[in-house]
Ligand binder design. Structure first.
Ligand SMILES: Cc1cc2nc3c(=O)[nH]c(=O)nc-3n(C[C@H](O)[C@H](O)[C@H](O)COP(=O)(O)OP(=O)(O)OC[C@H]3O[C@@H](n4cnc5c(N)ncnc54)[C@H](O)[C@@H]3O)c2cc1C
Length: 480
């Protein structure tokens, strides 16, 4: 059964009735802000934007949409990178979580906080720090993305190797289901083996199974020491050998291990005159290393000693002597991420392979890409401690848009074919959405697809929630 686009006058009348003042936006100029995602690659005007201010309003809204078969798409901070949060062709109502942004509670004794889904990640992190704790989800978009989006995409980031992905940090959820019922799984228990762990089904489901309205999240003691180094290396193999040693020598104090190939450093140096080449000569690979913790161990000495002991691998390095210097070293990565496309379009990939095979994978993928499309400019970096690499592709300057499309298609096919050979994943962090759907459906086995379709049918029988993300749209699938 498909959702149907309602006549707009009756839609406005009905939704105005279930939302409080300012809860429904319908004027074209008000909708613009909800129509384009961070990448700029996806623009589509929604039918309307509903902004519930409470769980009760969200529940009433969904009850109505379910009964009337009105298609909706939940939206957080629009920083997702797979085109899932913008409406489909003027046929969907965007459900923005922005008015549900309260921090409901923080308990430093439970090391837990309960946050509404519309809370911006950075605000949640700041609130945790005010209570001498940290919420460890950390990445470039944290000033814009929202907790519900992080849960729905199972976001990762720089600190996954120490603290895990969002899934590892969720203790409980509150979710409004497609039919408006509220599932209250908002617990801060560390251990709870009563039956199925239902929260897991919503984490990473990209808005297709329910609307997350609040999350209980794990906190950790706030580190009193954070030490950062940037090192230059001869190769990715050496970077991975350094990672293996760091895991043992720095133990669980290792918080981040980020690889950037030379091309990425060149972007930062080109784009920002105040960021000179970090070392006297260029190196094929660079790694940002962070260790953090509290207590009695001097982490600065530990990092210096570790890098000294790895002199056979490390060609050159800088260890930040202040927090500000450490943050500046991270900017070499941040600036590269922001400026890699020169303000234009570029292909993003977000793949993973077993850590032990990452160096070979990158060499093979770059070789195949260079053979198929020598005109493409690859930009390679990633959370290599998690086996996760971004092998992005920038088109040559002046290329027309049709040719760019062809380049992206060919480049992605080459990279994904190598991912398949290495037993990897075509989506390590960003999800499937609409952008990766074809590649996902081409690879999923029939049993997994059957189970996934059954789950979708059970949670959203009228197919009103983010239809056409992850799985094909209801109109293209027989759900009987
Ligand atoms: C500069 C940059 C760096 C990034 N770095 C990383 C990184 O290191 N690691 C990583 O994993 N990701 C990264 N991302 C992508 C990451 O997935 C998102 O930034 C973030 O998790 C999405 O949150 P959002 O609030 O912006 O969600 P949106 O983009 O608004 O939505 C994303 C998806 O979640 C759904 N959704 C949103 N809110 C809800 C809700 N309350 N209930 C149900 N579904 C909902 C949407 O429908 C959509 O499917 C990065 C993005 C950018 C722009």
């Amino acid at each position: 059964m498909n959702a149907v686009p309602p006549n707009s006058a009756s839609l406005i009348a009905a939704l105005t009735g279930v939302l409080s003042d300012g809860g429904l936006l319908t004027e074209a100029e008000d909708l613009v802000r909800y129509s384009r995602d961070w990448s700029g690659d996806h623009f589509s005007r929604p039918l309307a934007v509903a902004r519930p201010a409470s769980v009760e309003e969200m529940s009433a809204l969904m009850r109505h949409c379910h009964a009337e078969r009105i298609a909706v798409v939940p939206q957080g901070g629009l920083t997702g990178l797979v085109g899932a949060a913008v409406a489909a062709d003027g046929n969907e109502v965007v459900v923005s979580l922005e008015r549900m942004n309260r921090i409901r509670s923080i308990s430093p004794i439970d090391f837990a906080m309960v946050v509404e889904a519309g809370c911006i990640l950075e605000d949640a992190k700041r609130a945790a720090e005010e209570r001498d704790c940290i919420l460890p989800i950390t990445f470039g978009a944290q000033g814009s993305c929202r907790i519900g989006g992080n849960v729905a995409t199972n976001a990762g980031g720089f600190n996954v190797l120490r603290y895990g992905m969002t899934r590892d940090l969720v203790l409980g959820l509150e979710v409004v289901l497609a039919d408006g019922r509220v599932w209250n799984g908002l617990k801060v228990l560390r251990k709870d083996n009563r039956g199925y762990d239902l929260k897991q089904i919503f984490i990473g489901s990209e808005g297709t199974l329910g609307i997350v309205t609040a999350a209980a999240l794990k906190l950790f003691p706030r580190p009193t020491q954070i030490e950062t180094a940037l090192v230059g290396l001869r190769s990715i193999e050496d970077a991975m050998a350094l990672y293996a040693r760091a895991r043992r020598d720095c133990s669980d104090l290792l918080t981040a291990f980020e690889l950037i190939l030379r091309g990425g450093i060149e972007i930062t140096v080109r784009e920002r005159k105040d960021f000179p080449d970090p070392f006297h000569k260029p190196y094929p690979a660079y790694v940002l290393i962070e260790v953090s913790g509290g207590g009695l161990i001097n982490l600065s000495d530990m990092l210096v000693n570790f890098l000294g002991s790895a002199g056979d691998l490390v060609e050159d390095g800088i260890v930040a002597s202040t927090r500000a210097q450490g943050e500046r070293l991270w900017l070499y990565r941040e600036i590269m991420v922001e400026r890699q496309g020169r303000g234009g379009r570029y292909l993003r990939t977000d793949v993973s392979v077993p850590i032990s095979r990452l160096a070979d994978f990158v060499a093979d993928a770059l070789f195949e890409l260079g053979r198929a499309r020598p005109d493409a400019l690859p930009v390679t970096y990633g959370h290599v401690g998690d086996g996760n690499i971004h092998l992005n592709v920038v088109p040559p300057e002046g290329m027309g848009s049709e040719e760019i499309e062809r380049l992206f298609e060919e480049a992605e096919a080459e990279i994904f074919a190598v991912v398949d050979r290495y037993g990897g994943s075509i989506s390590a962090e960003h999800g499937i959405g609409r952008v990766k759907q074809r590649a996902f459906l081409d690879r999923i086995d029939p049993v997994s697809l059957d189970l996934a379709a059954g789950i979708k049918q059970a949670f959203d029988p009228n197919h009103i929630l983010s239809d056409g993300r992850i799985l094909a749209p209801a109109s293209a699938v027989d759900y009987r």
